[in-house]
Structures are given as C-alpha cells and as structure tokens.
Write a protein that binds this ligand. Structure first.
Ligand SMILES: *Cc1c(COP(=O)(O)O)cnc(C)c1O
Length: 409
C-alpha cells in the first residue's frame, strides 16, 4: 500500500492556483508612524527601501493619529496586554462597555456589540439572525463581501441574490416570497472593489413595503461619511431607517475589530447566540482604547475627512483629464481597470521597482476575470504632491500600457 503523500497533495493545490495566476504574495511593509503613507518595504533578500502606500484602508491616517496612539499606550500601561478571557468569563473591560455605548450613539441605535473583526461581525450577526428567525429568507447583493456570504451560508436559510444595486431585481425577488415570512436584506454602503454606493434609500423603501429587516455593511463608510462619521447612511439621512449597521475599526478608524449596532433585542440576541462572538478571547484594552479614541475623535473632527475628500477629488480630476479608465463611483475608492491579470501584476511591479509606490494588484477571484484592477486609495495622509506624482506616473505608464498588454498577451 502506498502511503498518502500529504505534502505532495498540498503542493499540487498550490501549483493549481499558481497556474491560474492567483497565487498571492504578500509585500513586507513597515509603516512609519507619523509619516504614513510612507513605509519601509523589504523585498526578499534585499535592503529595506522607503515607499509610498497607495492601497491602504487607513483612509484617514487614524492609525498614526497622536490621540489614538496615546489612548492605546495608556490602556496598555494601565491594564496590560490581553483582556484575559472571553467576554463572558472575565474578558469584558470598561473599554468594551464604553466603546459599545459610543457606537450606539454614533448610529443613533439602542445598542452596539464589538467583535474580533468586521469579518467576524458579519459572519456572526447574519448567521445568528438567519438561524433565529423562523423560515427566514435572506436577500443579498451579488457583490457583497465574502464575510456576509459566509454568514448567510452559515445561517442555512433560503437565500436570493439580487444583481448588484438592482432594486427592481430585488423587488421581483421580494415579491416571489410569502409576505409573512421573516426577511433580511443584506447589502453594503460602499462597494470596495467598485467604489460605488449602495442604494440605501430605495432598499429601505422596499424593506418597509415588504416588511424586511435591513442589514447594512458600512465597513468602508464609517468614520468617512456623515457629519459624525456615522457612514453613508448618515450622510444621506437614512441612518434611522436601517435596522442593523455593521462596521469595522480596521479601516478608517485605523485599528482592529468589528461591530454591529441596532435595536436592543436584536443586538442582545446576537450577543446571546452567536458562537463566534461568545467562544473567543475578547479584544485587548489597548486596541479598544485606540478604536474608541478614533471613533470619538471623528465624531467631532472633520479635518481628516476634508483632507481626504480634497485628495480624492484632485486625484480623480487628474486621472479624468488624462482619460485613464477608472470606475467613476461616488466614493473615495478609485479602481483603475487594467483588464488582464499578468499586466496588472506587471504594472504593480513597475510602480514598486521604478517609482517606490506600492499598489497591490487585484485579480480574480476577488474581481471577475477581465476586470483586473489597481484599487487606489488617496488618503488624508497623502500630500497633494504625492497625489500629483501618482497621477503623473500612472499617466506615463498608461501611455506605454498597450505595449505592456501586448508584451504579456
Ligand atoms: C474589509 C471588509 C470587511 C471585514 O472587515 P475586517 O474588520 O477587515 O475583518 C467586511 N465587509 C467589507 C465590505 C469589507 O471590505
């Protein structure tokens, strides 16, 4: 009998994705606090070099804000490194309590609940709500994030996927289901690979008409939109109409963790039934203190949002003038379409090698084949010089771009 060769099996799994050009290589980054978007990049076997990051989700530079760093340091010194337990068994700290109150206030909801990450929040909340509601049906936008898809699958309920942002399609699907059955509509406020907004008001209209709960992922909206950073729903005057809002501290708030806010009974049910919430060590005080400081700061400060908006609009303007093929969504995210996986990787390599600019290529399966792209983020921390330089480099590169595509085709 030949013994099963485990190593060979896993090696062939890897070879498979390598052949499809889907093998991921990580860039070794050391962000420089106080100088972000500058960072040190270390290529394997080479000296570190200073580069500018153009694909970070630390949109407002809060990860290096003095108020945030100080809050984390203070909590670390006062309480030590870890929380020391799960939320239920000795791991609920004053920072959890204060942060959850701050989040409920941010969204004008009864309650907030903090999770290990935004991914875990989506997975935990959607799976729990789906499981607890009898005969539940979930309606999900076709471009929803993997974490929502995972949560919906985990719920094990009937699901319908509506075409991205197609509210007519959503209505057709809602109509096809018995009006008496409990329903959840799950969607996002900012679709991070497309840079467009979700149709919040229209989806809330439908939810009222068909008696469905609305579940809105504001991961790329919180901190960034609305007068207090409540998100796109706040900016559009729709926040009170959305039942459950989900967000992260990992992006505009510059830290780590996820959360939901909503009506008391719903949040309490998730707190009481969600396995991924209950059976895990809670986040450490330093991280929570950093998140709380960022949330509170962005409730009253518009400086960072203004700076980012200015950079984004300058950047879009410069790319538009040169007719570069980026998706003209309403949000701060600028997806620049390359349309071919090898070329996309090559453009990214040229940026790093010749221009000291870091942009990770986005290829299938994150986006559909033929729409490979660079997902560019002009943050509040970039200078207008950074923005102009990036636009210049891209415009020059695009002039040789067609030659590039041919070279690899
Ligand atoms: C990043 C992301 C998440 C997950 O948030 P993390 O805090 O990074 O786990 C959820 N939803 C969307 C749309 C995201 O882009």
């Amino acid at each position: 009998m030949v013994a099963f060769n485990y190593n060979q099996h896993f090696q062939s799994c890897i070879e498979g994705i390598k052949k499809e050009g889907r093998y991921r290589t990580f860039a070794n980054m050391e962000r420089i606090a106080g100088r972000f978007p500058k960072a040190l990049y270390r290529a394997p076997g080479q000296e570190a070099k200073e580069i500018t990051i153009w694909c970070s989700n630390d949109y407002l530079g809060m990860g290096q804000h003095p108020v945030v760093i100080r809050a984390a340091q203070e909590a670390l010194e006062r309480c030590g490194a870890g929380a020391g337990g799960t939320r239920n068994i000795s791991g609920t700290t004053r920072y959890h309590v204060e942060l959850e109150e701050s989040l409920a206030d941010l969204h004008g909801k009864d309650s907030g609940l903090v999770f290990s990450s935004g991914y875990v929040a989506n997975e935990g909340a959607l799976s729990t709500l789906g499981k607890l509601l009898p005969e539940c049906v979930i309606f999900s936008d076709a471009l929803n994030h993997a974490s929502m898809i995972h949560g919906i699958r985990e719920a094990g309920v009937e699901k319908h996927i509506f075409r991205h942002n197609d509210v007519e399609h959503l209505e057709t699907l809602l109509k096809s289901v018995d009006i008496r059955r409990p329903k959840i509509i799950a969607f996002e406020s900012v679709y991070s690979m497309e840079g467009d907004f979700g149709r919040i008001a229209e989806i809330c209209d439908l939810a009222e008409r068909y008696n469905a709960l609305t579940y809105l992922d504001e991961v790329h909206g919180v901190g960034l939109y609305g007068p207090r950073g409540g998100g796109v729903a706040e900016a559009q005057g729709q926040m009170h109409r959305v039942d459950i809002i989900e967000g992260t501290f990992g992006k505009a708030y510059g830290s780590l963790g996820g959360f939901i806010t909503g009506p008391r009974a719903i949040v309490d049910a998730v707190r009481s039934f969600s396995s991924v919430f209950i059976f895990t060590t809670s986040l450490p005080p330093s991280i929570l203190a950093a998140s709380l400081a960022a949330v509170e700061h962005l409730k009253v400060s518009d400086v960072e949002r203004e700076k980012m908006r200015k950079n984004v609009s300058l950047f879009k303007d410069l790319l538009s003038r040169a007719d570069l093929p980026f998706l003209k969504g309403e949000s701060h995210i600028v997806p620049l379409i390359v349309g071919e996986p090898n070329c996309c990787r090559e453009v990214s390599e040229i940026l790093m090698r010749l221009h000291d600019i870091y942009v990770q290529p986005i290829n299938y399966p994150t986006v559909p084949k033929g729409t490979e792209r660079l997902r560019l983020t002009a943050t509040a921390a970039h200078s207008s010089g950074d923005v102009r330089n990036m636009a210049d480099v891209l415009v020059n590169l695009w002039e040789t771009h067609h030659g590039l595509v041919r070279a690899v085709a």
